[in-house]
Design a protein around this ligand. Sequence first.
Ligand code: TRP
Length: 484
Amino acid sequence: MAKREHWGSKFGFVLAASGSAIGLGNIWKFPYIAGENGGAAFIFVYLICIAIVGLPVVVAEILMGRTTQRNPVGAFRKLSGSKFWTAIGGLGVLAGFIILSFYTVIAGWSLGYMIEALQGNFSALGTAEQASNHFNSLVGDPTWMIGFYTIFFVFTMAVVFLGVKNGIEKASKIMMPVLFVILIILMIKGISLKGSGEGLAFLWKPDWAKITRQSVLIALGHAFFTLSLGMGALMTYGSYLNKKTNIPKAAMQIVFLDTLIAIMAGVAIFTAVFATGQDPAGGPGLIFNTLTVVFGGMTGGYVFGLLFFVLLTVAALTSSISLLEVVVAYFVDERRWSRHRAVLVLGSLVFLFGIPSALSFNLLANVTYNGMTFFDIADFIASNVLLPLGGLLIAIFVAWIWGFDKALIELKHGAENVFKDRSWLVGIFKVFLKYIAPVMIFIVFLHSVGLLESAIEQVKNYWIIIILVIVVLVIIISRNRKKK
Ligand code: TRP
């Protein structure tokens, strides 16, 4: 087999992994869910989730990849030798396949809006209603939708086709700085607008009453999505690392950059939204309906509108390539396919699978199951079921099955300085990975699949039995440990 490709530099890896993390989740989704859930208080909860659940799982995923030098399926197989855990890796590859298919649909909107901006079409949008009519007529047109979806998909395939170093790493090295500069320009423009202070206050002054169980769960779920966790994307990127990389440090950088960009996007968007008196709780249409009106009415709106949709498209592209790479890596490692063949065949299959999602906004809008279109179902299964489940199992696997102590030995390669004289750091990481992360993710998972409410009812009814079962389990586990 050909020698495994590796990143050209540590910096290249951090940029590529940040590129995976930073995407539609940061620029499209984060601002609108923060807007809907009360702004600052929500952001506070989100930051806690990122720190105590996100960071440990980021480390765990990268570590599994680096240790095994394999895609998620190969990584689980190599570390466990068990069929069950190998299948969990397979679930990750499947999640990548599904997410890519609908993620590129939204990315297609973004690309289409770039062209709208280029044609100067936003200046005709005076009210949110006009903007939303315009949006509906665009996505309601199958030709427009499929067209931009196809173009975006071809870009994604082209980058992955070129390989890890010459494709993914190079693309990230060009696109991430571009993204950063554009965002800074938009942020400065937003802050300089008259009345932007209100937007800033919305982001910084917490209204604690807005924090509900629901918003905590949304924050935790989003922490997963935005960090690309739960399906082996970071594992796959980690598999192109060598032992010299300092994983804890790289993980901190990735998490920091992802969070920074989300907050910067929030500042750029909310300053503009408040300054022009629009509704911050615009929901999923915040960017396409609210923001386009803002650009339409602002001086220099043509340039800023264009820059914004370039930003969104670039962010989406560095994420979509990471999704395709997971699927491709599986076929290259496990099925011995060439990269080129894997990209062409699997890319085409995902593309075909995504077509019903792209048509969910027009031709197939009325084809629903339980009120959900094909797009909604794909999104639900991947984001609400497969990702939290994958994240939960990855945390459990590293902490309990592979074993925290063995994982720690691997983690120390390249990170000797981080842990030297800091045994408390190991202790914290251990508690987070072994207990806090799995329990929190489990709760999100129950909520995601709609079982949380009934679970709480069950706990109320059967709490004595549940406590007994837990006690028995604890006794069994501690006995097993002594035998070893
Ligand atoms: N993190 C990306 C975003 O915020 C989306 C993404 C890319 C993703 N790869 C992923 C989400 C893997 C989950 C798993 O837009």
